[in-house]
Design a protein around this ligand. Structure first.
Ligand code: GTP
Length: 203
C-alpha cells in the first residue's frame, strides 16, 4: 500500500497560558473553535496532513501547557521538534514581553537550528489590542524568523502560519540534502535566515 504521506514534521507550540495555543491547534486540525479556556495539562498533540510543493506533509502538532508548573515536562519535548511556534496574545502585553523568555527556553532546550515562527494571536480583538505590530515585527526580524498575526476564532492566518513553517522546514531539509547528499528527516536543521514576512487581514 502507498504511504499516506511523504514527510512527517513535528511542530511544538509554546507561549504563556491563555494566549490560545490549544485553540490555534484545534482550528488548524479540526477547523473548530471553543471560547472556554481549559488549561492544557502537560502536553497533547493533534495531526493534520497538508499539501506543500506537491508533497504530502503530515504535521504532528504538539500543544504544551503554558503554566510554569509544567515546564519540566514541556521542555523535554523541545528536542524532538523540527519547528517551534511561539505564541503571544495581542491583547496581553506581558505575554509579548515573555516571548524573550520563551526564546531563551528554545536556545536551552531545542535542537540547534530548529525552525521558529512568531504568532500574535487574537487579532480579531482589535479594540483590546495592547501589542502593536511594529515591535513584534522588529523582534521577529532580529531573530530572523517569520511573524503572523492570527485569530483562532476568525480563522485568520492560521493555515498560512502552519503551512509557512512546514514549507520552511521542507525547503531547509531539501537544501541540506543537496548540500551533503544525505537525507534529513528529523531534528538537525539549519538556522533560518530568510526575509521575515507578516500580515494580518484584520490589521
Ligand atoms: N477572541 C479570541 N479568543 C481566543 C482566540 N484564541 C483563543 N482564544 C480564547 O483564549 C482562551 C485561552 O485559549 P487556549 O487555547 O485554551 O489557551 P492556551 O494558550 O492553550 O492556554 P494553556 O493551555 O493554559 O497554556 C480561551 O477562552 C479561548 O477561547 C482568538 O483567536 N480570539
Amino acid at each position: 500500500m502507498a504511504k499516506a504521506y511523504d514527510h512527517l514534521f513535528k511542530l511544538l507550540l509554546i507561549g504563556d497560558s491563555g494566549v490560545g495555543k490549544t485553540c490555534l491547534i484545534i482550528r488548524f486540525a479540526e477547523d473548530n473553535f471553543n471560547s472556554t479556556h481549559i488549561s492544557t495539562i502537560g502536553i497533547d498533540f493533534k495531526i493534520r496532513t497538508v499539501d506543500i510543493e506537491g508533497k504530502k506533509i503530515k504535521l504532528q502538532v504538539w500543544d504544551t501547557a503554558g503554566q510554569e508548573r509544567f515546564k519540566t515536562i514541556t521542555t523535554a519535548y523541545y528536542r524532538g521538534a523540527m519547528g517551534i511556534i511561539l505564541v503571544y496574545d495581542i491583547t496581553d502585553e506581558k505575554s509579548f514581553e515573555n516571548i524573550q523568555t520563551w526564546m531563551k527556553s528554545i536556545r536551552e532546550n531545542a535542537s540547534a537550528g530548529v525552525g521558529r515562527l512568531l504568532l500574535g494571536n487574537k487579532c480579531d480583538m482589535e479594540a483590546k489590542r495592547k501589542v502593536q505590530k511594529e515591535p513584534a515585527d522588529k523582534l521577529a526580524r532580529e531573530h530572523g524568523i517569520r511573524f503572523f498575526e492570527t485569530s483562532a476564532k476568525s480563522s485568520t492566518n492560521v493555515d498560512e502560519a502552519f503551512s509557512s513553517l512546514a514549507r520552511d522546514i521542507l525547503l531547509k531539509s531539501g537544501a541540506r540534502r543537496l548540500g551533503d547528499g544525505s537525507k534529513v528527516s528529523s531534528g538537525a536543521l539549519q538556522p533560518y535566515d530568510r526575509k521575515n514576512a507578516s500580515k494580518c487581514s484584520l490589521g
